[in-house]
Design a binder for this molecule. Structure first.
Ligand SMILES: CC(C)(COP(=O)(O)OP(=O)(O)OC[C@H]1O[C@@H](n2cnc3c(N)ncnc32)[C@H](O)[C@@H]1OP(=O)(O)O)[C@@H](O)C(=O)NCCC(=O)NCCS
Length: 158
């Protein structure tokens, strides 16, 4: 249940969610899409290939669904088995942001990562992305120093 009382189901994304995932990504505002992908523009093939690679061994993807089964959030990570590090990507539909869903999905990903033996979770974010910085800090991530001005890295050791 979110802060405003609305009920949302968080579950693994499956190939059956392909159409919903394509609709979700094409519905994002330019600003939200930029904050998620920085200068990269996600294509339909990126969305579908990403979905096909979800295996809960090194690629994990969760979707958040309304009671009407509309997809309103996508949180995922891919694990580098050599280093034990996994990078998080997360996006919540514009009209659902700020209700606690992002934090909830990050925490859920964290539990799954812990069970899978991930050593460190990290996220690469824009310096202007205050919402994700707040959500990551609430979930126990800390900012690490980088040389690159255009991005910030937040990490959590599990
Ligand atoms: C970043 C994102 C996933 C966070 O999800 P969300 O559902 O909006 O976040 P939450 O509602 O869980 O809130 C996270 C924090 O931001 C705070 N917050 C929410 N709305 C806010 C607002 N309008 N102003 C200031 N802070 C706000 C919350 O209080 C919370 O902080 P807290 O845990 O200290 O209370 C979402 O905003 C999003 O999709 N952004 C665009 C894509 C993106 O930036 N992805 C991250 C890069 S991978």
């Amino acid at each position: 249940m979110l802060r405003d009382g609305s009920r949302v189901l968080i579950r693994a994304l499956t190939p059956a969610d392909a159409a919903k995932l394509l609709r979700f990504y094409s519905s994002l505002s330019t600003e939200t899409s930029y904050l998620r992908f920085l200068n990269y523009r996600p294509s339909s093939s990126w969305v579908l290939e990403g979905l096909a690679n979800v295996n809960f061994e090194d690629n994990v993807a969760l979707g958040a669904f309304t009671e009407e089964e509309e997809l309103i959030g996508d949180a995922r990570f891919s694990l580098d088995r050599k280093t034990g590090r996994a990078e998080i990507g997360i996006v919540v539909a514009d009209e659902w942001q700020g209700r606690g869903l992002g934090l909830n999905m990050i925490q859920t990903l964290g539990y799954i990562a812990l069970m899978m033996g991930v050593k460190t979770l990290y996220a690469t974010v824009s310096p202007v992305n205050y919402l994700v910085a707040a959500a990551l800090k609430s979930a126990g991530f800390r900012r690490v120093r980088t040389e690159i001005l255009e991005e910030r890295i937040f990490e959590a050791d599990l």
